[in-house]
Design a protein around this ligand. Structure first.
Ligand SMILES: O=P(O)(O)OC[C@H]1O[C@](O)(CO)[C@@H](O)[C@@H]1O
Length: 409
């Protein structure tokens, strides 16, 4: 069947920071300045860099976009094109997704991330990322212990267990609550949750359909579009380990960010750091996961890949052809997290009851989104659910307490 290259429907307006009283406004005018200032506090950059970061923080609420100075980043000329329509505009007036992705790119520009020299390659969010892993060690141990049991059961029964896969999909979903752009790793440990008691907080749950899809074929290739490093990445790696170890998949591609962004988003180096953290943990089950991860990477069953599309301001339907062709070989694309979900929806004001598949009609193969809600975009919800949520939890759209697992087959 011919699949359209853009959503099947008229495309609504994008979210913008000037929407008075919105979470978007709060993000552009308060959260983003706070994040820029946190970079100053958590690093040892020289005064000129810190002054530029402070200038950026101060400009966000009502100031104008600064141009990107050529910093030799591989995506520099792409950014010149992306920014062309927004020259001389205020941060709060341009589409939020552009503002946010550019904000993170600008932090790297200011901190000389790409420029040869002392600060080249220094991840300004490193401290948050490592802290995020260390504070969740107890949850990591219990998840790895449980994972080992599920793998043993699958091996004893000689067939992959659907219920264990479903449980791991839930972990991958709720792991997404641990997002350091919203809740600092120094504030609390959000990795403690019970997947049974959280069931009522899943607004759309297509997990069963996912298991059915993955039992159709014996040699699935799965592509996972990764979100945060830290505990969320551990949950994702447990899911991947189970997919490969139980026979649901024989190859998995992890799609990672090519540079630091959204504070905690994972890069290839973060996967390696996490693997070493697991290997050195001192706990047998945790080390075993690290060991299997090492083997899967060495054998090519697990492949780490990065692309500048994932840090661009482009909606998902403008995915470059080469990347789309790579994804077209997949049996299932798993898309993690809130920012990736916003990309799927082009970060636009869809009516929340719009059929998810009518928007995400442009992908060549099945895709499942695992997302906890942290922004005012949604689709595929029932109107009665929306009415109920508005009364029981006024902040349901943004507090990360609610989740969706939505499959487009
Ligand atoms: O890590 P995630 O799930 O993509 O969440 C990050 C997103 O959440 C927010 O913090 C709120 O939407 C955004 O600023 C960003 O899109």
């Amino acid at each position: 069947m011919h699949k359209p290259q853009i959503p099947n429907l008229p495309i609504p307006a994008p979210l913008v920071g000037s929407d008075a009283g919105s979470f978007t406004e709060y993000t552009v005018t308060q959260r983003m300045p706070d994040i820029a200032r946190r970079v100053i506090i958590e690093n040892k950059f020289p005064t000129e860099i810190n002054q530029s970061l402070e200038k950026l923080a101060a400009e966000l609420p009502s100031g104008y976009l600064q141009p990107l100075v050529n910093d030799t980043g591989a995506d520099f000329s792409d950014w010149e094109k992306y920014l062309e329509p927004y020259k001389n505009q205020r941060w709060v007036d341009i589409p939020w997704f552009v503002a946010e992705t550019y904000f993170y790119r600008l932090i790297l520009n200011i901190t000389n991330y790409f420029k040869p020299g002392e600060w080249q390659g220094v991840d300004p969010f490193e401290l948050q990322k490592t802290q995020g892993l260390e504070t969740s060690i107890d949850s990591i141990i219990s998840l790895c212990t449980q994972l080992q049991q599920w793998l043993n059961e699958s091996q004893q029964e000689n067939q992959p267990s659907k219920s264990s896969l479903i449980a791991l999909l839930y972990f991958a979903l709720w792991g997404n609550r641990v997002d350091l752009s919203l809740w600092s790793a120094f504030e609390d440990d959000r990795s403690r949750f019970n997947i049974q008691t959280q069931l009522n907080n899943i607004l759309v749950d297509d997990t069963f359909a996912v298991t059915k899809l993955l039992t159709k074929s014996q040699d699935n290739c799965i592509d996972l579009v990764v979100d945060n490093a830290g505990f969320e990445l551990i949950c994702d790696l447990c899911l991947v380990d189970f997919l490969l170890g139980s026979g649901f998949a024989n190859q998995v591609y992890l799609h990672l960010k090519p540079h630091p962004t959204f504070v905690s988003d994972a890069m290839i180096k973060d996967v390696h750091y996490t693997k070493d953290f697991l290997l050195q943990s001192g706990n047998i089950q945790v080390q075993a996961l690290g060991q299997r991860l090492t083997e899967n990477l060495a054998s090519g069953k697990l492949v780490l890949t990065e692309d500048y599309f994932w840090t661009s301001p482009l909606p998902f339907w403008e995915i470059p052809k080469t990347l789309k062709n790579e994804l077209a070989k997949s049996n299932l694309i798993i898309v993690k997290g809130d920012a990736n979900y916003r990309r799927l929806l082009g970060d636009r004001y869809w009516d929340f009851t719009t059929k998810f598949a009518d928007i995400v009609s442009y992908l060549p193969v099945p895709m499942v989104a695992l997302r906890t809600l942290k922004s005012e975009v949604a689709a595929g919800l029932k109107s009665e659910v929306i009415v109920e949520l508005a009364t029981i939890d006024p902040h349901w759209l943004t507090n990360g307490q609610w989740g969706v697992i939505q499959l487009v087959d």
